[in-house]
Design a binder for this molecule. Structure first.
Ligand code: NAD
Length: 355
């Protein structure tokens, strides 16, 4: 299949590399010229285990190319993936300007039927918005379909997650369009959920919000344990062995950070409110999460006395291991709080120092 992936970040680059590895012809497009030049020269813009080798292999075999030419990428592709950023606005609402810019360009450049796939995490209703933007920018009416195919990869194990996802979610307007994506993903032999577009969009947010809630829940339990003299790590084990609960996302600590959970939880709260529902549960999840860094610094103060002129080593800065992504990293909150308390900071990360 001829594929164009727009946005060559954590999601776009990994998706493009894996689709090429499955034997497709893939062009990864980005408007960051330096990024594309670096990729052409074999330099990775991000750190992700196994990525460099996979990109090099497929680039050398001629199945994976990099370009800043979006119209060219659109014209040569049968399927176009949108994998650009969807950052939060101040209000928590998702900023769809990158998605809108790409959709307009797709509309302007379309020369025949295309399947346009939203891989970026976008609020429910965005599939319809993309359809409307493309239609509005077409110089002449041409048929196309919009599909939602949310991404669930985790940074640090992105290649592995893309090759062996727990499930592949395809939200399509009809069975025939869904089959295009089913065909593309078939070699992975993983479970697929074929559903309508809005449901696929909600699945992504509901999943991330649920995991964030699990993290805030155990952190709330940690607060009780501290006050009562119980050991939260034992409580966590005792809970996690219950197969209905499970161990994952049940570690008490600094709470969730990173480029996805904070913004996706805020976005779902915003979407719920727009739809007339006050998502009180999620607002508490955010509140509990917000308190964690200050709580850690307070624990340090209790253990060590005043932090003025103490030197604190911060080992590990990225929002989790095996990535260089510093977006919304909890380390930043801790470092700021320590700094405000007068401590000197010596910080180190094996891969994220530059960021
Ligand atoms: P990213 O910031 O790493 O990459 C986005 C890329 O899009 C950048 O390289 C940027 O230059 C490019 N871009 C922006 N506007 C463009 C335009 N008009 N034309 C061409 N390229 C353009 O973002 P990411 O982490 O890969 O996330 C992308 C989407 O996937 C987001 O919606 C995110 O929520 C979602 N997602 C991310 C992860 C993750 O772990 N990073 C996991 C699942 C889903």
């Amino acid at each position: 299949m001829n594929i164009c992936v727009v946005g060559t970040g954590y999601v776009g680059l990994v998706t493009g590399a894996v689709f090429a590895d499955l034997g497709n012809d893939v062009v990864c497009v980005d408007n960051a010229t330096k990024k594309i030049e670096a990729l052409r020269a074999g330099q990775m813009p991000i750190y992700e285990p196994g990525l460099e080798e996979m990109v090099a292999r497929n680039k050398d075999d001629g199945r994976l190319t990099f370009s800043t030419d979006l119209p060219g990428g659109v014209r040569q592709a049968d399927v176009i993936f949108i994998a650009v950023g969807t950052p939060p606005k101040e209000s928590g609402e998702t900023d769809l300007s990158q998605v809108e810019a790409v959709a307009s360009e797709i509309g302007r450049s379309m020369d025949r039927y295309k399947v346009v796939v939203n891989k970026s995490t976008v609020p429910v209703g965005t599939g319809e918005f993309v359809r409307e933007v493309i239609t509005r920018h077409q110089p002449r009416p041409l048929d196309f379909d919009v599909v939602s195919n949310p991404e669930f990869l985790r940074e640090g194990s992105a290649i592995e997650d893309t090759l062996r996802p727990d499930r592949i979610v395809i939200g399509a307007p009809n069975q025939q369009v869904a089959m295009t994506l089913v065909e593309l993903y078939a070699p992975l032999e993983r479970p697929m959920i074929i559903t309508d577009l809005p449901s696929a969009e909600v699945i992504k947010y509901a999943s991330n919000a649920f995991l964030a809630a699990k993290i805030s829940f155990i952190n709330a339990i940690a607060n009780i344990c501290e006050a009562a003299g119980a050991d939260v790590s034992q409580v966590m084990k005792g809970m996690g062995l219950d197969s209905r609960i499970g161990m994952q996302f049940l570690q008490a600590g600094l709470g969730y950070g990173g480029s996805c959970f904070p913004k996706d939880v805020d976005s779902l709260i915003h979407t719920a409110s727009r739809l007339g529902y006050d998502f009180k549960l999620l607002r508490s999840v955010v509140e509990i999460n917000r308190e964690r860094a200050a709580h850690l610094v307070e624990m340090m103060r209790k253990a060590m006395g005043p932090l003025e002129d103490k030197t604190v080593a911060v080992l590990g800065l990225a929002f989790k291991p095996n990535t260089d992504d510093m977006r919304e990293a909890k380390s930043l909150e801790v470092v700021r709080a320590l700094h405000a308390a007068g401590a000197q900071i010596r910080a180190y990360d094996p891969v994220a120092m530059e960021n």
